[in-house]
Design a protein around this ligand. Structure first.
Ligand code: GDP
Ligand code: IMO
Ligand code: MG
Length: 420
């Protein structure tokens, strides 16, 4: 039995979707445990491209996807995603936890309004209602997936929560009247569409573990967006690190057998907040152009920079990463020199501890180690086929992190992947 967990170690978009698809082969379930449709995971198989926001990437290879209780779900987006996959002849096998929280129309409006009010201090959210939905979960005003299956229960909950939201609209000067009846009908209708998927998924997953089946957990976002250990407040609203997986599906931490950290060979970030190794020069442009670094969810250009191992080490330590998948190594092709950040200069001293406050992070200067570049990586299936300078790059990362790199990805296609 293997229970593998895939975690993004940077600011998201590390290539989790591609690696989850690659690792899906012999598993029974592929499971999301946090986040919502703020995620955008791209999978390319035989030149066919799939962009998934809430459905686990394993459904592309015919596996059963589970959306766990730690996730937030926009039922309209989910229904559309199911339909668009079915149109492409993908048989969507899906299960949804009755405890997952539902993104409501007022969450999306409040997400936009908060960002407007924050003005130049905005977070740069995806405006999908993620933060307000998780806020309602914690303040116990949320609507859960099970609720949209029961009209009278949903009505009772809406009666309780809608007056509070209407009051908030006044404060935020959102000129909208929330029509309780209309929202009830809309969500009861979503409930009818999603009924067949919604259940006590934690029992199904616990049983699968007891029957020694292989499971794969797909993280969304990345450690630096974790609500506790990321660059708060420039973060998302869920627990992205490995600890979040146990809570987010309802199985004990002892069940996980492998924790795979996805590390992009350089760094990207979408939205606001500090990024110590950001490059605004022509190298940054090279990474953005060659790596097609534009957001899958919002199409915003991703900020690009050198690999920051202070960040990745922070991630490895928080999640107990046992193996690394290094992605997008090919994007570095053609660069004469490549740099890796191995520490920060902060207040005149060197540190490799990620500061807790974003103002302190902004004061950190990267300390780099320089590597020779390589021309290209082509038709490679083993480590020894890689150019010597690419081998040096990989070995340095592995040694710094004291964690084996077992997968190297050199292109977006499923088969452009090497086990080392
Ligand atoms: P995720 O959010 O972590 O799943 O990552 P995204 O899918 O948002 O972004 C990663 C992008 O890089 C996608 O467009 C992938 O198709 C692409 N990609 C993944 N691995 C590689 C790789 O090794 N090389 C190249 N060139 N592209 C890759
Ligand atoms: P995947 O799973 C990259 C970022 C947003 C913003 C911050 C908060 O594709 O790696 P939110 O809408 O979550 O409240 O926005 O988090 N963000 C992501 N950045 N990849 C993602 O997901 C992201 N999901 C959220 O840009 O800075
Ligand atoms: Mg993404």
């Amino acid at each position: 039995m293997t229970v593998k967990l895939v975690i993004g170690t940077q600011w998201g978009d590390e290539g989790k979707g591609k690696i989850v698809d690659y690792l899906s082969k012999n598993v029974e379930y592929v499971i999301r445990f946090q986040g919502g449709n703020n995620a955008g995971h791209t999978i390319i198989v035989n030149k066919e491209e799939y962009k998934l926001h809430i459905i686990p990437s394993g459904v592309i290879s015919g596996k059963i996807g589970i959306i766990g209780n730690g996730c937030v779900i926009d039922p309209e987006i989910l229904s559309n995603e199911i339909k668009s996959l079915e149109k492409r002849d993908i048989d969507v096998k899906l299960l949804i936890s009755n405890r997952a929280h539902i993104i409501m129309p007022y969450h999306k409006l409040l997400d936009g309004a908060e960002e407007r009010y924050l003005a130049d201090q905005k977070i740069g959210t995806t405006k999908r209602g993620i933060g307000p939905c998780y806020s309602d979960k914690i303040s116990r005003n949320g609507i859960r997936a099970g609720d949209i299956l029961n009209t009278s229960r949903l009505q009772k909950k809406l009666e309780r929560v809608i007056p509070i939201k209407q009051k908030m609209f006044e404060v935020y000067k959102i000129d909208e009247k929330l029509d309780q009846k209309e929202i009830l009908n809309l969500y009861v209708n979503f409930g009818k569409q999603l009924k067949k998927y919604i259940s006590d998924t934690h029992i199904i997953i616990q049983n699968a573990v007891n029957q020694e089946k292989n499971l794969l957990f797909e993280g969304a976002q990345g450690t630096m967006l974790d609500v506790d250990y990321g660059t708060y407040p420039y973060a998302t609203s869920s627990h992205v690190i490995a600890g979040g997986a146990s809570i987010g599906v309802g199985i004990p931490p002892k069940n996980f057998t492998e924790i795979i950290g996805i590390v992009k060979a350089y760094t990207t970030r979408v939205g606001e907040g500090p990024m110590t190794t950001e490059l605004t020069d022509n190298v940054g442009q090279h990474l953005q152009r060659v790596g097609h670094e534009f957001g899958t969810t919002t199409s915003r250009p991703r900020r690009c920079g050198w690999l920051d191992l202070v960040v990745v080490k922070h991630s490895c330590d928080l999640s107990g990463i046992t193996k690394i998948a290094l992605t997008k190594l090919d994007v570095l092709n053609g660069l004469k020199k490549i740099k890796i950040c191995m520490g920060y200069e902060f207040k005149g001293e060197m540190t490799d501890i990620y500061p807790y406050d974003v103002d302190d992070v902004a004061d950190c200067k990267p300390i780099y180690k320089e590597f020779k570049g390589w021309d290209k990586i082509e038709n490679i299936d083993s480590f020894s086929d890689l150019p010597k300078s690419a081998q040096d790059y990989i070995l340095f990362i592995q040694e710094y992190l004291k964690t084996p790199i077992s997968i190297v990805s050199v292109g977006p296609e499923r088969n452009e992947t090497m086990i080392i």
